[in-house]
Design a protein around this ligand. Structure first.
Ligand code: WTA
Length: 649
C-alpha cells in the first residue's frame, strides 16, 4: 500500500457542513429524503426530475428500458434539443444578456460572451456545418485549444444532431488519426494553434499530418484563426472558420432529436492498447450535468461564476466547463494557458479578477501549487470563492488541508468528486452544505446512484477494501463503446454477470458509509489526473525499431499522483541517446502526456511460467519497494536482481 493511501485511511478529521439557507440541498435530511424517493420509486423519481429540469419538445412516456440490458435506454420517445436547453431556453426566460462564457487567454486578453451572442455564434457555426454537408448522426472531430470556439463547435453539433468527438490538443497527430478513423468523422474543426507558456502550440499542422496518412472519411477541415501561426491550406478541403461563419444567418432551427440520440464520443484509455470511444446520449447526460451542477456545486446561475480548469478534451471539460454550467444558465470561465504562467499565482489572479465563486480542479494542480508557496494565493483576493472541488484522482490529506485553509480560508466546503468518462457526471461526492467532509474521502453516493463495494464474486464487503460497482443504471451512463458492443459488455458488465457496472476502481467504505477511492485495479494509469493505458504506452514503445519488448507500470509520484515507468528490452545494443529517442517516440505516437518518466533497460522481463508479465513485481521495483508479490511462479529468478540494478545510475 502506498504511503498516501495509508495516510488517507488513517484520516479522522471531520468537517461539518455549514448552514446555508439558500443552498439547493441544505441539509443531510434533505439528501436522505431524496435518496428515499429513489428507493421508494426509482423510475418515478427520475421521471419527475427529467420533467422538471429539461425542456422537452415531446414528452417521454417510458423512464428506463432494461429489456436490452446492459444496453439501457432512458426517457425513450421523449424529444428535445440539447443546444436549445443550454441557450434558447435561458434567453426565453429573460437571461439573454447574462454572460455565458468568460474567456481569458494566457496573454491576458478577455472575452465575455452573453447567451444571446453565444446562440448567434452557435447558429452560424451550425449553418456552416450544414452547408458542408454535415447531417444528423455524422461525426465531427474537434481538436482545439481552450477557446470559446471549442464550446461553440460542440453546441453547434448538438444543434443539428451531429455527434462530436473532442480530441485533447496535446494528443499527437497519430493519436488524432486513430480517433478520426475509428469515429469515421467527416469534418475536423481545429485552430491554427493555441497559446501555451508564452508561445504557440500549433494544432493545424498536426491535423495535416494526421490526414496525410489516411482518414479518407474526412471531407473538410474548418480552421479557426487564433494564434496567428502560419498554417498551410489544402484547397477544397480546408475552410476558414470566420469566412464560413460570417456569411451565415445567426439563427438556425434546432433539430428535434430523440432522448437517446448519440451526443458525443469521447476516447479514453482502457486496459488494452486501443483507446475506446465512450458514447453518451442526449437527454440522460444533460439531465445529470444539470443536476450535479446544482447538487454538488450548489450552483446558483444568477450569482455564481464557475471555473472548472479542465480542458474540453476531457470529460470534466465536457460536463463541467461547458454543458453543466450552460444547462443551468450560468457563467462558466475558460482559461487558455498553463496554470503557472507567467507565475504560480495565475489561477488565483484569475479567480480574483473575475470573482470566481466555485472553483474545480485536479489534486495534481493543487500539489504543484503548494510547492510554489503560499505567497502566491495570498497576493490575491479570494473572498468570492464559496465552494471548492477536486476531481480525477485521490486527493492526499495534505493537499486537501492546504486547499481548505490557504485557498478556502477555512470557509469553503471541499467537494471531492469521484466519477469517470463513462459515468458522464459525478457519482460519489459530498453536497457542500449537507454532507460532512473528511480529507481524502469522496464521501457519499449522490441521490439516485447505487454505489457499492463488492468482492471478486460480487458479494458486498463491509469492513475491507473491494471493487467499486454501481448496481442500478443512471441516466448519464455511457451507452456503449463506439463500434464495439462486445468490448462494452466485456469491460464493464461481464465481471458481474451483467448485473453491476464495474468501474475499474478499488474502494473502501468506512463506518459512516463514506467511500474512499483507492485507485484503479486494472492496467490504467492516472498521471496528473489524466487517464492513460499501460498497454497503449507499451504498444507505442514496441513500435520503435530498437525495442523488442516493453512493460509499463505506474509508480507513486508526489506531484503527479502516478509517474510512468517503462521497462524495455532492446533488440540491439544500448546507447545513451535511446532514452530521449524513446520518450520522443512515445510523444509522437500518443502525445507528450504519455512520455515515460523513467525508462529502465533490461535483458528480459519477469514472467510467469505461462508467459504473463508480472506487473505487480515491476510496480514494486519501479517504486523501489521491497518485493511484496509472490515470486514463486517467476520463471527466471535472477531477473529481479538485474531489474533492480537497471534503475541505478
Ligand atoms: C479516477 C475523470 C479518486 C478513478 C472524471 C476513475 C478519482 C478515473 C476521482 C476516471 C476522485 C476520478 N478520487 N479517484 N475524486 N475522480 N478518479 O475517465 O480512478 O478521466 O476511474 O474521468 O479517475 O478518469 P476519467
Amino acid at each position: 500500500m502506498s504511503s498516501t493511501i495509508a495516510s488517507i485511511l488513517e484520516e479522522t478529521r471531520i468537517f461539518e457542513p455549514q448552514q446555508n439557507q439558500h443552498a439547493n440541498i441544505g441539509s443531510l435530511d434533505e439528501y436522505h429524503t431524496l435518496r428515499r424517493c429513489f428507493s421508494d420509486d426509482f423510475d418515478a423519481t427520475w421521471r419527475d426530475l427529467a420533467r422538471e429540469h429539461l425542456d422537452w419538445r415531446a414528452p417521454f412516456t417510458r423512464v428506463l428500458n432494461r429489456e436490452r440490458a446492459p444496453f439501457f435506454s432512458w426517457f425513450e420517445d421523449g424529444k428535445l434539443n440539447l443546444s436549445e436547453n443550454c441557450l434558447d431556453r435561458h434567453i426565453a426566460a429573460g437571461s439573454g444578456d447574462r454572460t455565458a462564457i468568460i474567456w481569458e487567454s494566457e496573454a491576458g486578453e478577455v472575452r465575455r460572451i452573453s447567451y444571446v451572442e453565444l446562440l448567434a455564434d452557435v447558429c452560424r457555426a451550425a449553418n456552416a456545418m450544414r452547408e458542408l454537408g454535415i447531417e444528423s448522426g455524422d461525426r465531427v472531430v474537434i481538436y482545439m485549444p481552450m477557446i470559446p470556439e471549442a464550446a461553440i463547435a460542440m453546441l453547434a453539433c448538438t444543434r443539428i444532431g451531429a455527434i462530436h468527438s473532442v480530441v485533447f490538443g496535446a494528443f499527437s497527430a497519430n493519436a488524432l488519426r486513430e480517433r478520426i478513423e475509428d469515429a469515421e468523422a467527416k469534418l475536423v474543426i481545429t485552430a491554427d494553434g493555441g497559446g501555451r507558456r508564452g508561445g504557440v502550440h500549433a494544432l493545424k499542422p498536426k491535423v495535416d499530418d494526421a490526414l496525410s496518412g489516411g482518414c479518407h472519411c474526412i471531407q473538410h477541415v474548418l480552421v479557426v484563426r487564433h494564434a496567428g501561426n502560419e498554417v498551410g491550406k489544402t484547397a477544397g478541403r480546408d475552410i476558414d472558420w470566420h469566412d464560413a461563419l460570417k456569411v451565415q444567418p445567426d439563427s438556425c432551427e434546432a433539430l428535434t432529436v430523440d432522448s437517446e440520440h448519440p451526443l458525443f464520443i469521447l476516447y479514453t484509455s482502457g486496459s488494452t492498447g486501443k483507446p475506446k470511444g465512450i458514447l453518451h446520449s442526449t437527454a440522460g447526460y444533460l439531465l445529470w450535468a444539470r443536476l450535479t451542477m446544482q447538487w454538488v456545486f450548489d450552483f446558483q446561475p444568477e450569482t455564481d461564476v464557475f471555473w472548472c480548469t479542465a480542458d474540453v478534451g476531457w470529460i470534466t471539460g465536457h460536463t463541467y466547463s461547458v454543458y453543466g454550467p450552460l444547462a443551468c444558465g450560468g457563467t462558466t470561465l475558460m482559461y487558455e494557458g498553463v496554470p503557472t504562467y507567467p507565475d504560480p499565482g495565475r489561477l488565483w489572479k484569475i479567480c480574483a479578477e473575475h470573482g470566481v465563486t466555485v472553483f474545480y480542479t485536479a489534486p495534481t494542480a493543487i500539489r504543484a501549487l503548494i510547492k510554489a508557496g503560499d505567497e502566491w494565493p495570498n497576493q490575491h483576493d479570494l473572498s468570492n470563492l464559496r465552494v471548492l472541488g477536486t476531481v480525477g484522482e485521490p486527493i492526499n490529506p495534505e493537499a486537501w488541508m492546504w486547499y481548505h485553509n490557504v485557498i478556502g480560508k477555512g470557509r469553503c466546503p471541499i467537494v471531492d468528486t469521484w466519477w469517470q468518462t463513462e459515468t458522464g457526471g459525478h457519482m460519489i461526492a459530498p453536497l457542500p452544505f449537507a454532507t460532512s467532509t473528511t480529507p481524502g474521502s469522496a464521501t457519499l453516493p449522490l441521490p439516485g446512484i447505487d454505489a457499492a463495494i463488492v468482492d471478486e464474486q460480487g458479494k458486498l464487503v463491509t469492513d475491507s477494501g473491494g471493487l467499486l460497482v454501481i448496481r442500478q443504471p443512471w441516466p448519464s451512463m455511457l451507452r456503449g463503446i463506439w463500434n464495439d458492443d462486445a468490448r462494452y459488455v466485456d469491460t464493464y458488465w461481464k465481471k458481474f454477470n451483467n448485473t453491476f457496472y464495474f468501474a475499474g476502481d478499488g474502494a473502501r467504505c468506512d463506518d459512516n458509509g463514506f467511500f474512499w477511492i483507492m485507485g484503479r485495479v486494472d492496467d490504467v494509469l492516472n498521471v496528473s489526473g489524466h487517464r492513460l493505458g499501460t498497454m497503449e504506452i507499451e504498444s507505442a514503445l514496441v513500435s520503435h525499431d530498437s525495442v523488442a519488448e516493453a512493460a509499463v507500470v505506474g509508480r507513486p509520484d508526489d506531484i503527479k499522483g502516478e509517474a510512468i515507468c517503462a521497462f524495455v528490452v532492446l533488440k540491439a545494443a544500448w546507447n545513451e541517446a535511446l532514452v530521449d529517442a524513446l520518450r520522443a517516440h512515445v510523444a509522437k505516437e500518443i502525445g507528450a502526456i504519455a512520455k515515460p518518466d523513467d525508462i529502465r533497460f533490461a535483458d528480459s522481463l519477469p514472467k510467469t511460467r505461462s508467459g504473463k508479465i508480472m506487473r505487480r513485481l515491476l510496480r514494486d521495483i519501479a517504486a523501489g519497494r521491497d518485493i511484496t508479490s509472490d515470486i514463486s511462479t517467476l520463471e527466471d529468478q535472477s531477473v529481479i536482481e538485474k531489474l533492480q540494478r537497471s534503475g541505478q545510475g
